[in-house]
Ligand binder design. Structure first.
Ligand code: NAD
Length: 288
């Protein structure tokens, strides 16, 4: 299959490399010369513009920083793409923007899904990302074999925008849990309970969650956690802050009640001002 890949950054670069390993021809574009060079070293054919990348492509994948950029790239490449091609946007963007680009793509005769991911750069490199896919049945069916070489799990979530809805709901839960776990370690220490004892009890009890078991915010219990490595991400606070911004926009546009999510968004927003580069589990530092 000929696949166009626009946005060859920290995530897109290794994702494109996995498509090459699966035997696809990948034609890539990125504004950054370094990103293009790294992708080319994995076998991606580099071209000078996004418009050139999509010519004759069976699938077009975008992995870009935000919704405004995805919208502008769609507007410029849709006229050049082959009708019937499947467009897959794996960027994390708002549900509203995802539905808007879907409408544009459909109007140009393309299939289209939103397919945001979780799993980070590690998952992108290993080809084990979890894809949350929103779109009509024909688009999801066309996108699935394209996603497979990059995926550990592909979850169809319903109509267009629903992949993004799933992503922002998951990350709102995660944000709240990471703060709650931090609060428990701070309280336990003041009560004279060791970090290891708290970890051993809660991971085998009803309070267990990924934010504790895998992303333990204190060094000791989990050797692979970012807390063991001065909170080098992992999942950077800046990205969590971005995702919570999208979640809060959705809470507000739907009139939904999310008092804990809203408070978590405020806490991360303040923390991100100076610590955006740290793993989001470093939020425990603000509680100590
Ligand atoms: P990144 O900044 O490393 O990569 C984005 C790339 O897009 C950059 O190389 C940039 O040069 C390129 N770009 C920007 N505008 C462009 C344009 N108009 N045309 C072509 N290329 C352009 O970011 P990333 O970490 O790879 O994240 C990409 C997306 O994936 C974001 O939406 C992010 O929220 C989401 N995401 C990231 C992670 C993660 O752990 N990094 C995890 C899940 C989801």
């Amino acid at each position: 299959m000929k696949i166009a890949f626009v946005g060859l950054g920290n995530m897109g670069g290794p994702m494109a490399a996995n498509l090459i390993s699966a035997g696809h021809q990948v034609v890539g574009f990125d504004l950054s010369a370094d990103a293009v060079a790294a992708a080319a070293s994995h076998g991606v054919t580099a071209v000078e513009t996004a418009e050139a990348a999509v010519v004759d492509a069976d699938a077009v994948i975008t992995m870009l920083p935000n919704g405004a950029i995805v919208k502008s790239v769609y507007a410029s490449v849709l006229p050049n793409a082959k009708p019937g091609a499947v467009f897959i946007d794996s960027s994390t963007i708002s549900v509203e923007d995802a539905r808007e680009v879907n409408t544009q793509a459909n109007a140009a005769g393309m299939l289209q899904v939103d397919a945001p991911v979780s799993g980070g750069v590690k998952g992108a490199t290993a080809g084990t990302l979890a894809f949350m896919v929103g779109g009509d049945d024909a688009s999801i069916a066309a996108a699935t074999p394209v996603l497979e070489p990059m995926a550990g799990k592909i979850v169809p979530c319903g109509g267009t925008g629903n992949g993004q809805a799933a992503k922002l709901c998951n990350n709102m839960v995660l944000a709240v849990q990471q703060i709650a776990v931090g609060e428990a370690f701070v309280l336990a220490e003041k009560l004279g309970l060791s970090d290891q004892a708290l970890y051993d009890v809660v991971t085998g009890a009803t309070g267990n969650c990924w934010a504790l078991q895998t992303n333990c915010p204190v060094p000791g219990p989990v050797p692979t956690a970012p807390s063991e490595n001065e909170y080098k991400p992992g999942f950077a606070t800046a990205l969590m802050n971005k995702d919570l911004g999208l979640a809060m926009a959705a809470v507000s546009s739907t009139g939904s009640a999310a008092p804990l999510g809203t408070h978590a968004a405020e806490i991360y927003s303040a923390f991100a001002a100076e610590n955006g580069h740290l793993d989001f589990s470093a939020i425990i530092e603000t509680l100590k």
